[in-house]
Write a protein that binds this ligand. Structure first.
Ligand code: GLV
Length: 371
């Protein structure tokens, strides 16, 4: 390769992926700390004329960055599926493509939501705590507390994109009934196929009840579900006709059953945390498990840490996609690292005949469409 591309990565996406780029002749500098680099440093690196910038969720990528790379920066490659940290309008104004890593974290994120449901409902954390605190003094049919089964219950899947659909598939295997809601797009083909699978399982004696799945209005899904799991992107007012910012607030949390659990491994600001803490303190709902927050990392003084709700509030460190293959595989069909560098390579090496609109991992294709 005659041109040696210069790359700055704001985080280490894994040594295998970085080595792969280096083996192609790329000059790659990786920010060595686990914390996000100061924005000033990113601006400095971009000003120095790098061709590609590898980013992740915690890096604010906006006009200041794009201005610094006006004539030199060719691509921003995000090592995540979500890209709410990247200002799309600014990227478009500067005509700089950015890529992301869809699909490869779908199953990991869906299964994490599924496990969060179990951890919460079966009280796995308070149960282990009991043992570790040496408070396991007897076996008793219902003391000191019981959990709730997941099998056979009704789940509301809020958002039927890739991750929501993958969760649906897993819930069907647990003989659950499924209420679907999506603010933007309904995938009836998939839902019909799951209904067929449910009917077959019942017909062949695999499941005792005949389970069902259907799309319903948002409020209905909240009113009837035992579990509500959120899988929508974060869309702030003005960004979409169907914004999702604070979709879960005092009004909507009050619609849930007092025995129901809320699960969120999508984006923190979809849930109004002040309202959620109130819902947990006042027992409007039975519990919540969160992997994402309005502010990350979760501040030490967050009311979500209130010891009064610790038995019914599980908190995880934005960890849903944090599985080995999902995060680090250099195979673009398996790992975020692989898909991230493939997105970068596609743009820099003009794959697809240099037609950005044909590159699968580029998000903001709209600016490159020929009118
Ligand atoms: C994780 O939250 C991601 O967007 O990849």
């Amino acid at each position: 390769m005659e041109k040696k591309f210069r790359i700055f990565a704001t985080c280490d996406i894994g040594s295998d992926a970085v080595d792969l780029l280096r083996a192609r002749g790329y000059d790659v500098e990786v920010y060595p700390q686990p914390e996000a680099p100061p924005k000033k440093l990113i601006v400095e690196k971009v000003t120095s004329g790098i061709d590609g910038l590898i980013t992740t969720l915690r890096d604010p990528i906006d006009a200041e960055i794009f201005e610094a790379g006006k004539n030199t920066l060719k691509v921003v490659a995000q090592d995540a599926v979500g890209f709410d940290n990247i200002n799309r309008a600014d990227a478009n104004r500067y005509k700089i493509p950015f890529t992301h890593t869809p699909d490869v974290l779908t199953e990991a994120t869906a299964e994490f939501a599924f496990f969060m449901m179990g951890v919460l409902a079966r009280k796995m954390w308070p149960a282990e705590q009991l043992l570790r605190d040496n408070r396991w003094g007897y076996w008793h049919p219902y003391l000191p507390f019981l959990g709730d089964e997941v099998t056979g219950k009704t789940i509301a899947v809020i958002g039927t994109g890739r991750i929501g659909l993958a969760l649906i598939k897993k819930c069907a295997g647990f003989d659950m009934n499924i209420l679907c809601y999506d603010p933007a797009y309904e995938n009836h083909n998939y839902i019909n196929a799951i209904q067929e699978e449910m009917s077959l399982r019942h017909g062949r004696g695999i499941s005792r009840e005949k389970n069902w799945i259907k799309y319903v209005p948002f409020e209905d899904s909240l009113r009837h579900a035992d579990f509500v799991s959120i899988h929508v992107p974060l869309l702030r007012p003005g960004e979409s006709p169907t914004p999702t910012y604070h979709l879960f607030n005092e009004r909507t949390l009050r619609m849930m059953k007092p025995t129901a659990f809320l699960i969120n491994d999508s984006r923190g600001p979809v849930v109004d945390e002040v309202a959620l803490v109130k819902a947990l303190r006042e027992n409007w709902i039975a519990g919540a498990a969160l992997d994402v927050y309005e502010k990350e990392p979760l501040p030490p003084d967050s009311p979500l840490r209130d010891p009064a709700i610790v038995d019914r509030c599980r908190l995880y460190p934005h960890f849903a996609s944090a599985a080995r293959i999902t995060r680090l595989s250099t195979d673009p069909n398996k790992g975020m690292a692989g898909r991230c560098i493939q997105g970068l390579i596609d743009v820099l090496e003009s794959n697809y005949g240099g037609d950005i609109t044909k590159m699968p991992y580029v998000v903001n294709k709209e600016v490159f469409a020929k009118s």
